[in-house]
Design a protein around this ligand. Structure first.
Ligand code: HEC
Length: 163
């Protein structure tokens, strides 16, 4: 874990300058089977309504524009964001997840995709996930109300208060 932390800090600069273009390739290889890289707000609303109506969503996971905004909402700092994503994709769990409880319920917890990736690939894709999107969480249909998961997540409550 310590080693990973150093690597993340050490390579975030490298990743920004040298690997930015590779992030999308890594996304296509490892993430695109579940996560959409682009989606319109209209489509997001449609999906939210489908879920609210108790029907099965037409996608396997939250789209990346939403995921990026959501994680940035908790970790605005890029290094913290990258650390979270690299760790999450390797060891995902419902406790760590920043997704809305509704999303976890509908989609289930993500499989540990990162276990099959190199640390460089993980950092590069996390870097891309941060840089490629700039829509704020509040702009998403789900972001407009009660976005915080206040139960059993003390770590986040502190972070949120500090923002
Ligand atoms: C087999 C399907 C699948 C693949 C492949 C996949 N994911 Fe996910 N991912 C999910 C699902 C389902 C969720 C929502 C539940 C959750 O948060 O665990 C999710 C959620 C996430 C989240 C939000 C975690 C949170 O805080 O709740 C991040 C970040 C993420 N994925 C990154 C990635 C990256 C990066 C890749 C590619 C390297 C990837 N995922 C590949 C299914 C997948």
């Amino acid at each position: 874990m310590k080693k990973l932390k150093l690597l993340v800090l050490g390579t975030s600069f490298f990743a920004t300058t040298c690997l930015a273009g590779d992030g999308f390739e890594i996304y296509k290889k490892y993430c695109s089977s579940c996560h959409l890289s682009e989606i319109t707000m209209e489509k997001m609303k449609e999906i939210e309504n489908t879920i609210k109506a108790g029907k099965k969503p037409p996608i396997k996971a939250p789209p990346f524009p939403e995921v990026s905004a959501r994680i940035k909402y908790f970790y605005p700092n890029k290094e913290d964001f990258i650390k979270f994503v690299v760790d999450y994709i390797t060891n995902p769990s419902a406790e760590k997840a920043k997704c809305l409880p509704m999303a976890l319920q509908k989609f289930g917890v993500m499989p540990p995709i990162g276990k099959n990736m190199t640390d460089e690939e993980k950092v590069a894709v996390a870097n891309w996930l941060y840089d490629n999107y700039n829509t704020k969480w509040e702009k998403f249909p789900m972001g407009k109300r009660g976005q915080c998961k206040h139960h059993h997540n003390h770590e986040h409550m502190h972070e949120h208060r500090g923002e």
